[in-house]
Every structure is written in structure tokens, then in C-alpha cells.
Design a binder for this molecule. Structure first.
Ligand SMILES: C[S@@+](CC[C@H](N)C(=O)[O-])C[C@H]1O[C@@H](n2cnc3c(N)ncnc32)[C@H](O)[C@@H]1O
Length: 305
């Protein structure tokens, strides 16, 4: 399934495919500002901007070089495209060795163009940090990463959608929750609980279930609507504990089989929870839906399969 929405930053966990389901909760009323405090590749912000659903956007993430990358995309995409091209060409002679060289440089200078290169070239486009905060993901030996011409087109297209409309902030999510006001709409996509707590800590920071519930209580108290992606399961594997119905209405979203799962001959279906604030869940409360149901109902995006 493809949408004609730019997506310059390859990012594991991107909500590109789910944007239609997430944004289907927006069109009934009019909001001014979309706030995405766990932006990553900002797939939902880009999809909303493509459809002109809001007049302004805030993208936040605790990963500082990622936010500097977004700031560069908003202000000066040509420079970032040129730097990306230089890095991409540099690895020609000896791809794996040069990947590790650039990774070491990034861990010293935190240059956002190097983060873009690493994300485009690493295994599963997945950010991984070690306990000392250094990027430690390995190179993908089978793929070369986005070609510079394609990357430039994606960067420019994202720039056109966001310039003069989008503020990028490097912050923990909570200050953005406190900033909420009438006319705002939140889309929240924290790391899965399995990747935030315990031994499997992949991102630079995480979010406990307790802090999440606290944040949603603030939004509910101020009647600021939100959609949250949270727990889910794939076959018999469960990701995270569901949230109480008092906090928000839970919809189970059938997202189908990932291309990776299909390649591995795995026929298990992935189901993700989408929590919708009670203020927008309305009288038609769904228990379980498929992406196609949403698309047919909403007609927001042209969907190509
Ligand atoms: C599941 S990813 C979001 C993916 C995003 N929805 C997309 O479409 O690409 C979660 C993001 O939250 C960020 N993050 C982790 N802990 C955070 C915190 N406490 N405050 C803000 N961002 C955080 C991570 O750096 C990561 O980019």
C-alpha cells in the first residue's frame, strides 16, 4: 500500500502505512495545530500536511540530531541533500568499512546528515543506541540505501510541505503536553513498552506506562483530542499492556503482514492498538478495524496497492 506522501527519513516503526487510519479521526471537526511529540520520521505530520488538514505543525523528539535534521529539512534541504550525496558516494570504494567510519564520526560530532546516511544504510533502518548513547546499529549488507537523487526529491518535497508551518523541537514529550491548547490535536507514538523498559532499551530514551497515563490525563482534563499508538501483538507475541478504557477508547487495527514477515514465510498478522480520546471517539465506537475499512470509510487518501 503506497501513499504519495514524501517520507525522507527511513525509520523503523514509521506510521506511514497507518496514517490514513490515524488521520481519519481528524476530519470531523476543525483543528489548527497538529502536535507529534514522538515524531521519528514524522509520517503522520507529513501525511496531514499533504492533505492540508492543519494550519501549523509541531514535531518533537528526544533524539536531538534527528530534530536538527528536521530543522535542516525545513530551512535548507539542498545542503542536507548535498551532504547526504557526499556520504553516499564516499562509501563506494569500501562500503562496510566506510559505514563504520561514518558511524564513529557521528558518535563524536552528531552531524544530522550523518544520521540520515546511517538510517538509510543500517539494518532495518532502525535507530539503536548503546547504554552510553552511541549509535551502534550495523550496516545492511544487502542494500545500498536511498539513492541521492531520490533522497533529494524526498527532502525537497517534505520541505515544501513543512516550511513556514512547522516547528521542530528536541524535547521530552511532557513539555509539549503541557503546551496543549484549544484547537490542538495530538498524535502520540511512544516506543513500545518492550523497548522502553527492562533490558531491551533501543531508543535514547523511553516512556513508562505510568508517565503516559499521566500525560493523557492532562490532555483529557484540557479536552484536547488525541490519537495514540500503543500496545499491539503479532501472532502470540504481545507488545505492552493495554491502557484502561477510562483513559481512551481502544481500537484494534489489523495492519496485516509486514513485508519482512512475508519474506520470512511468517503468516502471522500484526494488530496494533489505536487509542482515541473519548472526546472524538463519538457514538460510533469500533472494536476492531482493518486499514482497508478506514480507507473506504474516510476516502482521505488515494490508495495504491
Ligand atoms: C515509535 S518511534 C515514532 C515513529 C514515528 N511515529 C514515525 O512515523 O516515524 C518513537 C520515537 O520516540 C522518541 N522518544 C523516545 N522517548 C521519548 C521521550 N521521552 N520523549 C520524546 N520522544 C521520545 C524516539 O527517539 C523515537 O523517535
Amino acid at each position: 500500500m503506497r501513499f504519495s506522501v514524501p517520507h525522507p527519513i527511513p525509520y523503523q516503526g514509521s506510521k506511514r502505512r497507518l496514517a490514513v487510519a490515524i488521520l481519519s479521526h481528524v476530519h470531523a471537526q476543525h483543528y489548527n495545530r497538529l502536535i507529534e511529540p514522538f515524531a521519528g520520521s514524522a509520517a503522520v505530520t507529513l501525511a496531514a500536511a499533504e492533505k492540508g488538514l492543519f494550519s501549523s505543525y509541531v514535531i518533537g523528539d528526544v533524539l536531538e540530531p534527528l530534530i536538527r535534521l528536521w530543522q535542516n529539512i525545513i530551512d535548507d534541504p539542498i545542503t542536507i541533500a548535498e551532504k547526504y550525496e557526499l556520504l553516499w558516494l564516499r562509501e563506494r570504494a569500501n562500503p562496510i568499512e566506510v559505514y563504520y567510519e561514518i558511524r564513529t564520526e557521528f558518535n563524536t560530532d552528531r552531524d544530522p546528515s550523518k544520521l540520515l546516511y546511517l538510517l538509510a544504510r543500517c539494518v532495518k533502518n532502525a535507530v539503536r543506541f548503546n547504554p552510553s548513547g552511541d549509535f551502534n546499529q550495523s550496516p545492511d549488507k544487502r542494500r545500498k540505501g536511498t539513492r541521492p537523487a531520490t533522497m533529494k526529491a524526498e527532502l525537497l518535497a517534505a520541505h515544501r510541505l513543512l516550511k513556514n508551518k512547522c516547528r521542530a523541537v528536541s524535547t521530552d514529550f511532557l513539555p509539549l503536553i503541557h503546551e496543549a491548547r484549544q484547537g490542538d490535536f495530538f498524535y502520540l507514538d511512544p516506543p513500545y513498552q518492550g523497548t522502553s523498559e527492562g533490558r531491551d532499551i533501543r531508543y535514547v530514551a523511553g516512556v513508562s506506562r505510568h508517565r503516559m497515563i499521566e500525560a493523557l490525563a492532562i490532555l483529557n482534563e484540557n479536552r484536547v483530542p488525541f490519537v495514540l499508538s500503543y500496545d499491539g501483538y503479532c501472532g502470540s507475541r504481545k507488545y505492552g499492556e493495554p491502557l484502561p478504557e477510562t483513559v481512551a477508547h481502544r481500537i484494534l487495527l489489523d495492519v496485516g503482514r509486514s513485508s519482512q514477515a512475508t519474506l520470512n514465510g511468517n503468516h502471522e498478522v500484526t494488530v496494533e492498538s489505536l487509542y482515541v480520546s473519548h472526546s472524538i471517539a463519538g457514538s460510533q465506537k469500533y472494536a476492531r478495524r482493518s486499514l482497508e475499512d478506514f480507507a473506504a470509510q474516510v476516502g482521505l487518501f488515494g490508495i495504491a496497492t
